[in-house]
Design a binder for this molecule. Structure first.
Ligand code: BV8
Ligand code: ZN
Length: 255
């Protein structure tokens, strides 16, 4: 399933970066965006995941996010999420960049996470900026109104919106300075996130895609592994442990 080349590159890797998309949460029961059961099936992104859609119909958009928040409350991280926590502990430098807003990487235990598209459990008032980060409060609300009268919105990045200050720069920096870059469970259609694997490749990283099917990014990847992330990632960690992979630092200590 994994090439010798990948293990060679991982053996000498100082910095490993992983980009995840909705696919890594699919085995937790969170519908992806563009798959058959995809969230966008019922609605089109421009209908709901845009500021204009929210201003036009705040209740509909708020209801859609509450439907997803409820769903996320009921699910839990899957073996793919937990394998990334183990991977983070195997390398001195590990950056997890996620497009997902479902908070499952944090719940699984990863530390160094860049949430490119925000976090569905967080909200703020568009008028006074007051934060409403208590997800249970959000779930109780029907009409997203702040005490100041302003509308309360989910703290996620909608289409046409800039990514959170610093998040994009940090992600670009990590992709430009890593030895191995994994793209896991993303269709690679949403930019600028989908440009990260190419940025990594242009800067000399060994790029690996893990997906249940080929994507728009597969053609330039060094390695494409077709399989479920909840199965492939634990197998990768197992293989690394078999080769008694230890933190590079320890190895340097023993040399
Ligand atoms: C912006 C949050 C300016 C809300 C989301 C070029 C450059 C810059 C912008 C653009 C550009 N071209 C077009 C644009 C505009 C736009 C865009 O990309 N449009 C697309 C549709 C063409 N981008 C924007 O508007 C972005 N903002 O550009 O600002 C800027 C410019 C430069 C630098 C900085 C800023 C903002 C985009 C963010 C939109 N917000 N979500 C919410 O969630 O409600 S996007 C949404 O799509 C989610 O975040 C999701 O994560 C993301 C990507 O989708 P995927 O995660 O890939 O999910 P998908 O369902 O598509 O695929 C799942 C994959 O998993 C599949 O491949 C499937 O095979 C696989 N899979 C399934 N099961 C498994 C699996 N794999 C492994 N194991 C399994 N078990
Ligand atoms: Zn307010």
């Amino acid at each position: 399933m994994f090439s010798e080349k990948l293990f060679q590159r991982l053996k000498n890797a100082e910095h490993v970066v992983v980009l995840t998309g909705a696919g890594i949460s699919a085995e937790s029961g969170v519908p992806t965006f563009r798959g058959n059961e995809g969230l966008w099936k019922k609605f089109k992104p421009e209908e709901l995941a845009t500021f204009d859609a929210f201003i036009k119909n705040p209740e509909l958009v708020w209801e859609w996010y509450n439907y997803r928040r409820k769903l996320i409350q009921e699910v839990k991280p899957n073996p793919g999420h937990y394998a990334l926590v183990e991977l983070e502990n195997l390398f001195p430098n590990f950056t997890l960049i996620t497009q997902n807003v479902d908070n499952l990487h944090r719940r699984a235990g990863n530390k160094n996470i860049i949430e490119l598209h925000g976090n569905i459990e967080k909200n703020y008032c568009i008028k006074c900026g007051k934060r409403y980060d208590d997800v249970n409060l959000a779930l109780e609300m029907k009409v997203p109104k702040c005490e100041c009268g302003g509308l309360i919105r989910p703290d996620v990045v909608w289409f046409g919106e800039m990514l959170p200050i610093g998040a994009w720069e940090e992600a670009e920096e990590a992709a430009s300075n890593c030895d191995v870059f994994f793209s896991v469970g993303t269709s690679g259609v949403v930019y600028p996130a989908a440009s990260l694997p190419q940025i990594a490749k242009m800067n000399g990283a060994y790029t690996v895609e893990i997906n249940i099917e080929r994507t728009e990014l597969s053609w330039f990847m060094d390695e494409v592994i077709i399989g479920k992330s909840g199965e492939v990632l634990p197998k990768l960690v197992e293989k690394l442990k078999e080769q008694n992979f230890t933190k590079i630092l320890n190895r340097w200590r023993t040399v």
